[in-house]
Ligand binder design. Structure first.
Ligand SMILES: *Cc1c(COP(=O)(O)O)cnc(C)c1O
Length: 419
C-alpha cells in the first residue's frame, strides 16, 4: 500500500498535488512519500515479530537519499552499506555505527580501515583473503572487527540474471562446501571476531522457495560450526523480497516471508539480521515527468517524455516494467510507446502499452520508482542529475537538488597543452 492517490481528479503524494511539485521544481523529479516509507518499515518489522531477536539493516543502495535514511533511522533501522560513501551517508543520517553492516565484494583497504575506525557493527566478509586483510588492519589499530562470513549457497533465486547473487557462478560469498573451514581459520585470527554467517541470493525475489532452501542450508552450516565449538550468534539472511510493479502482480507479502523465516530460523538461538531495500523504498517513490511531445509512430504513437534512462535505468538495464500514469487522467486510454529523449533505443519505458491518454505538456509518473531509481541516475547525454523531493502530509521539501550540466562542466578543464 502506498500514499500516491488520485484526489479531486489529480494524482497526489499524501496531501500534495504532484502538479505543484512538478511546476515548482521542474521535471523530471523523484517524489517520495514519508508516510509510505514509514509504513513499509513498520510492516516489515511487524512481519518478523515472532523471531526472538531481530536486527534490520536497510540496504542503502536501493535509495541512499539522506532524508530517506533519516526516516528509517527514526524507525530504528540500521543500514547495510556497500561503500565508504554509503557508510558515511548512514552515519550522517544518525544511524549508530554499531547498527551498520558493511557488505560488498570489493571493499578496499581504505574502506576497511575507515569502517574499522568508525566502529562498524558487522563486516560481511566475501572471502578468506578479505578476512585476513581486515584482521591485519584491525590488529594494527589495536581493534577487533566483528564479522559474518557471506556464503554462496548455490541456490537460484529465480529472478533476473543481473540481480541473482546466490548461484555458484556468481561472484558473491565463499563456496558453501568450503565455508566451515574458512570460518574456522578466520575465527583464529586476532583482529577478527567471527560471530555469524550471511547470505543474500538476489533481488526482486517473487517466490519464497529458493530463499527457504538457502536458509535451511545456512541453518545446517550454523549447526556444523557450533559442533566444532565455534561461535555463531548472528545469522544475516540478506534482503531481496520483491515488490509488485505491474497491476495485478502478486508477490509474497512481508508477513508470508516472516512466517517462512520463523519456521526455518525460529529456534536458531541467534539474532536474525535482514537487509531489505526494495520492499521498503520501491513503492514509496514515483518519478514525475512531463510529456515533451507525442510523435506519430509506425504502429503506435511515441510518447516522448523528459525523463530518460539516465534518470531511471531499470527498464534499460533489466527490461523492468514501471507503470506509467497521467497526473491528471481523463479516464481515456491509448496504445503507445513511452520513450525518453536519449539517443539510444534502450531509452524505452513502455512498448505498445495501454496508457492514460496524454498530450504535450501533460505531467505523468512512473510508479514504483523509489528503489534503484535516483540512486542509479547519471548524466549521460549531458543531462542534469535528477532532483528528489520528499512529501510529509501537506508539506514537501527538496531533499536532493538538481545538479545542472553547467555544474558538471565546471569540474572539467582543457589542459594548457591543448591550447
Ligand atoms: C542489494 C542487496 C540487498 C538489498 O536487496 P533488495 O532486493 O533491495 O532487498 C541486501 N543485501 C545485499 C548484500 C545486497 O547486495
Amino acid at each position: 500500500m502506498d500514499h500516491f492517490e488520485i484526489r479531486d481528479g489529480a494524482l497526489h503524494a499524501e496531501q500534495v498535488a504532484l502538479a505543484e511539485i512538478g511546476c515548482e521544481v521542474g521535471t523530471p523529479v523523484y517524489v517520495y512519500s514519508r508516510a509510505t516509507l514509514e509504513r513499509h518499515a513498520r510492516v516489515f518489522r511487524e512481519a518478523l515479530s515472532s523471531l526472538p531477536k531481530v536486527h534490520i539493516a536497510f540496504a542503502v543502495k536501493s535509495n541512499p537519499n539522506l532524508a530517506v535514511l533519516r526516516v528509517l533511522a527514526r524507525e530504528g533501522y540500521g543500514a547495510d552499506v556497500v561503500s565508504e560513501g554509503e557508510m558515511n551517508r548512514a552515519l550522517a543520517a544518525g544511524m549508530p555505527a554499531g547498527d551498520i553492516v558493511f557488505s560488498g565484494v570489493g571493499k578496499s583497504k581504505r574502506e576497511l580501515t575507515a569502517a574499522v575506525r568508525a566502529g562498524i557493527g558487522q563486516f560481511n566478509l566475501e572471502s578468506e583473503e578479505e578476512g585476513v586483510e581486515l584482521a591485519g588492519i584491525a590488529a594494527s589499530l589495536g581493534l577487533r572487527a566483528t564479522c559474518a562470513l557471506r556464503v554462496n549457497p548455490d541456490v537460484d533465486a529465480g529472478t533476473h540474471a543481473k540481480i541473482s547473487t546466490g548461484k555458484a557462478e556468481n561472484k558473491f560469498g565463499v563456496p558453501y562446501d568450503r565455508a566451515a573451514a574458512i570460518y574456522a581459520r578466520l575465527s583464529a585470527l586476532e583482529g577478527l571476531e567471527m560471530h555469524g554467517l550471511a547470505v543474500h541470493i538476489g533481488s526482486q525475489i517473487s517466490d519464497l522457495e529458493p530463499s527457504r532452501k538457502a536458509f535451511v542450508k545456512m541453518g545446517a552450516l550454523m549447526r556444523e560450526l557450533r559442533e566444532q565449538g565455534l561461535t555463531v550468534s548472528h545469522m544475516d539472511l540478506g534482503g531481496g523480497l520483491g515488490v509488485p510493479y505491474k497491476p495485478g502482480e502478486s508477490l509474497p507479502t512481508p508477513a508470508e516471508y516472516g512466517a517462512m523465516v520463523a519456521e526455518v530460523a525460529g529456534d536458531w538461538g541467534v539474532t536474525v539480521m535482514f537487509e531489505p531495500g526494495r520492499v521498503i523504498t520501491g513503492n514509496a517513490g514515483v518519478l514525475v515527468t512531463e510529456v515533451i511531445r507525442v510523435k506519430e509512430g509506425a504502429s503506435a504513437p511515441w510518447v516522448v517524455v523528459d525523463a530518460a534512462m539516465n534518470d531511471l535505468a531499470r527498464p534499460a538495464m533489466y527490461d523492468a516494467w514501471h507503470d506509467f500514469s497521467a497526473v491528471q487522467p481523463t479516464g481515456e486510454t491509448m496504445l503507445a510507446n513511452v520513450v525518453g529523449p536519449i539517443c539510444e533505443s534502450s531509452d524505452t519505458f513502455a512498448k505498445n502499452r495501454e496508457i492514460d491518454v496524454v498530450k504535450a505538456g501533460d505531467l505523468a509518473v512512473f510508479r514504483t520508482a523509489g528503489a534503484y531509481g535516483a540512486t542509479m541516475a547519471n548524466t549521460y547525454n549531458s543531462r542534469a542529475l535528477v532532483p528528489e523531493v520528499m512529501v510529509d502530509g501537506d508539506k514537501w521539501a527538496i531533499v536532493a537538488e538538481r545538479i545542472e550540466p553547467a555544474t558538471i562542466l565546471a569540474a572539467e578543464q582543457v589542459p594548457d597543452w591543448l591550447d
